[in-house]
Design a protein. Structure first.
Length: 336
């Protein structure tokens, strides 16, 4: 069986990395007394160095402000509100999954195109590092497929994250699963964490700023995203469970389609490297305009033969021919 993850992430630029490193260093200045003790603090005062430390606290506030603006920029720009772009996304996915289903015999040939379950396969599992709602919008809103599972349960008319149940269903109970799974490894722009600890999924193409305008001032705690600044959230709910699901899937699948993902995240890359090294039958199909020159060299030399590259964009104007090429390459790999 084929596992078809879609891993797409925001590009990390040099300026982002620099801001993160400086900020973490300056953060330590706020706790200088705990770090060096009373004697060290006295020596700094006598040497006249303490005044410099106080100046650094002011710079920390500047960096806090820059970080807040950076996060706001990301939230506002990953939400797709242009109807033409949403239509294009739906056309690209429909063509892709139609071709995939036809060639892998996962469709019902007697089912009309309007059938919600047309071009679907309940055992597909998708992974993404994107914050947007393109995949959910396609399956749920455009295709009317109501069984896409992202880890939420219905509770009092709301969709509430149940990460522990989600990971159990994708590991211990995976044989009984009857729905497609979408695992958003870095969270989603429309997932909001409230003061009571619940993570709620809101309407597609909305974000923290939109939802905050319709909530009480003390209701919302934060949004559920891992920004490209600090990844400490990887060790907390629900991201810890999401990565457990990815690890479990890597042990079960021999063929993966990776679309548009740069593999700059060392955690994810290491997980795939270990899977390739432990299973010589495991293969990756990388679809990225720089797959051969930039992404494949990131992997260890001894496993690169298990990686096939298609150096092209996924959702360009020529998406039909690209989708055809992806499916043909996939079939070749599955037979070899």
């Amino acid at each position: 069986m084929l596992s078809i993850p879609r891993l797409v992430s925001l590009a990390h630029n040099q300026h982002t990395v620099s801001i993160r490193n400086d900020r973490l260093c300056l953060r330590e200045k706020d706790h200088i007394k705990e770090n060096i003790g009373e004697i060290g603090l006295l020596l700094l005062e006598r040497k006249g160095i303490l005044s410099c430390v106080n100046e650094l606290k002011y710079k920390t506030r500047i960096l806090d402000s820059l970080e807040a603006k950076f996060k706001e920029y990301i939230r506002n720009h990953v939400v797709i509100k242009d109807s033409q772009k949403i239509d294009l996304s739906r056309r690209v996915y429909l063509d892709f999954f139609r071709r995939l289903c036809i060639h892998t015999n996962c469709e019902n040939p007697n089912s009309p195109d309007s059938e919600p379950n047309k071009y679907t396969y309940s055992k597909w599992t998708f992974f993404t590092t994107n914050y947007d709602n393109c995949i959910e919008d396609f399956w749920v809103r455009s295709r009317g497929y109501s069984h896409l599972s992202l880890g939420f349960d219905q509770k009092n008319g709301k969709k509430i994250m149940n990460a522990d149940r989600f990971v159990r269903r994708n590991t211990e109970e995976s044989g009984l699963r009857s729905e497609m799974q979408l695992v958003k490894l870095h969270g989603s722009v429309n997932w909001i964490k409230y003061k009571n600890g619940y993570i709620e999924e809101h309407e597609y193409h909305t974000a923290l700023d939109d939802i905050g305008c319709r909530s009480g001032s003390n209701d919302i705690q934060e949004n559920t995203l891992i920004y490209p600044l600090n990844q400490k959230q990887l060790y907390f709910v629900p991201f810890l469970q999401f990565f457990r699901i990815l690890n479990a899937e890597l042990t079960k699948r021999n063929l993966w389609i990776i679309i548009g993902y740069s593999f700059r995240d060392i955690v994810i890359r290491t997980m795939f490297e270990m899977s390739l090294a432990e299973n010589s039958k495991c293969k990756l199909l990388l679809v990225h305009p720089h797959a051969t020159k930039q992404i494949k060299p990131l992997f260890r030399p001894r496993i690169r033969d298990q990686i096939t590259c298609l150096d092209t964009y996924f959702a360009g104007r020529n998406y039909i021919s690209v989708n055809m090429k992806i499916v043909k390459t996939l079939l070749t790999l599955s037979r070899s």
